[in-house]
Design a protein around this ligand. Structure first.
Ligand SMILES: [Zn+2]
Length: 124
């Protein structure tokens, strides 16, 4: 729901954007570079503040749930180990078993998240 300029040096502040843009890449009103969703895509690093926030949250984590993931995408693939180290209960919910399995997950629930999560969360 947020869009930002693809030029990291541009002064455009990310903004709420709920409009469709059709087939043309929308252009930045400041520098004419392409606009893009304000999300982290494959191969990109997390912004420093987000990375710091995750690491801090993992130190105090008592329940870590990963839902709908291969568990192979960095840096998120290492979060479960940090949570386990902090003493958290670690749970994976996914359509298929993790291959190879990650021993840091204490529980794996295989199936559709919309079926598993309500049952799982009712027991927490
Ligand atoms: Zn720009």
């Amino acid at each position: 729901m947020t869009t930002r300029c693809s030029d990291p040096n541009c002064a455009l502040t990310p903004f709420r954007d709920v409009d469709g843009h059709g087939r043309e890449v929308p252009r930045c009103p400041h520098c004419a570079a392409g606009l893009r969703p304000d999300v982290v895509l494959f191969g990109e690093a997390l912004p420093a503040l987000a990375s710091w926030t995750v690491k801090r949250a993992l130190r105090d984590c008592d329940l870590f749930m990963a839902v709908g993931t291969s568990g192979r995408v960095s840096p998120a693939d290492s979060y479960v180990r940090s949570a386990e180290y902090a003493g958290a209960r670690t749970i994976l919910v996914n359509l298929e078993p993790m291959d190879p399995p990650n021993p840091a997950f204490q529980e794996q629930h295989i199936g559709p998240a919309e079926d598993i999560l309500p049952q799982l969360l009712a027991r927490l």
